[in-house]
Design a protein around this ligand. Structure first.
Ligand SMILES: [Zn+2]
Length: 355
């Protein structure tokens, strides 16, 4: 599955060869902003002693999801390049401009403020230039990609998603195998390439245009019990180790569960009115406890009058794949997301069964 790269199997980033058996940090200049600051893409290359496939890790494409940078730091820390056949190219902050303002998107007036919708564009807006840099310096070397979306303060998610609609069906198959190797008992399959988040997202573009399989990990969040947050971080570290084993970069077999539940239909249950979110469904039960249709997940109360403005209830029988903590919400803000257990796309697969 190794992609064509230079004949010696070397990885060259911005004219530098990444040495075998070592970790190298490289900062590639990307753009000059209006305040005169230079924005760089920081890449941590962990190159194994032996050649092999390359896994790209992307984090903080959305600046508000900064916890994902910590996940990547932990993963890079756990890797021993001497024991690897292949490489990891890790980008802890894909969108430094949005991180600086702690916002999801770049705060400009452009056509493409969202980096995760700016891949494959031909414009020169900030997000377009960042996407091009990620493509040129990271994805062009990669055989697979894991993109982290979590860590939005006050909200946490609990699953991994793979696309099922790539024009090359083998890309969809490999993406599913990566998701299974991540080791969670549930996998979300979506029309990643053609619907949401679409072919201009990093993983959608990688799969649809570059033919590179990928998954999005949306496990974890910030602002919760420290032990719970630590468990989510560890899930991500273990998950990527499983993916590295699946790819053959690390020795051994990924610890694949005996069966996995695949699902397609999810629905957001977000407030329509601004106020203070008071959670009822506990974050510990994320993707663990089934709730019946109509169950109360949380309420929104007014910080002015103290009256309850809205009750957020389960629209169907399902698992809760996103929770919010007690925090202020604007209309439409992140609160809950549920997996529909009665949808025909929800079913269990055995360890070697493909969807
Ligand atoms: Zn995100």
């Amino acid at each position: 599955m190794t992609r064509a790269r230079d004949p010696k199997g070397e990885i060259r980033i911005a004219e530098r060869t990444m040495p075998r058996g070592e970790r190298t940090h490289v900062a590639v200049p990307v753009l000059t902003d209006l305040d005169g600051s230079e924005v760089a893409l920081h890449i941590h290359a962990v190159v194994g002693a032996a050649p092999g496939p390359v896994l790209a890790l992307l984090a903080a494409q959305h600046g508000s999801e900064w916890l994902s940078a910590e996940i990547v730091r932990r993963i890079v820390d756990t890797l021993d390049p001497k024991a690897m056949a292949g490489a990891v190219l890790a980008v802890p902050v894909a969108n430094p401009v949005a991180l600086a303002t702690l916002t999801r998107n770049v705060r400009d007036e452009s056509d493409s403020p969202d980096l995760n919708r700016a891949f494959g564009t031909e414009q020169a807006w900030i997000a377009d230039q960042l996407a091009l840099a990620v493509t040129t310096h990271v994805l062009s070397h990669a055989d697979a990609v894991v993109d982290f979306h979590c860590g939005l303060w006050g909200a946490a998610m609990g699953s991994v998603t793979c696309g099922r609609d790539y024009k090359d069906p083998t890309v969809s198959e490999r993406a599913f195998q990566m998701a299974r190797a991540f080791g969670l008992p549930h996998i979300r399959r979506s029309d990643f390439a053609t619907r949401f988040p679409g072919p201009r997202s990093a993983v959608g573009y990688a799969g649809q245009v570059l033919g590179i399989p990928g998954i999005a990990s949306e496990v974890g969040g910030a602002g919760f019990d420290p032990e719970l947050e630590e468990a989510w971080l560890q899930t991500n570290v273990r998950g990527v180790h499983g993916v590295l084993q699946y790819l053959g970069i690390l020795p051994g077999q990924p610890p694949v569960p005996d069966r996995v539940m695949i699902f397609e239909r999810v629905q957001r249950i977000n407030p329509t009115r601004g106020g203070m979110l008071e959670p009822v469904f506990p974050p510990e039960d994320l993707m663990r406890r089934e709730v019946p249709a109509g169950a109360l997940l949380g309420r929104v109360w007014s910080p002015y009058t103290f009256e309850v403005l809205e009750e957020l209830r389960a629209p169907f029988r399902g698992l809760v794949d996103m929770v919010g903590r007690h925090y202020p919400v604007r209309p439409g803000d992140w609160a809950y997301l549920m997996v529909d257990l009665d949808h025909p796309g929800t079913r269990w697969l055995g360890a070697n069964e493909m969807p």
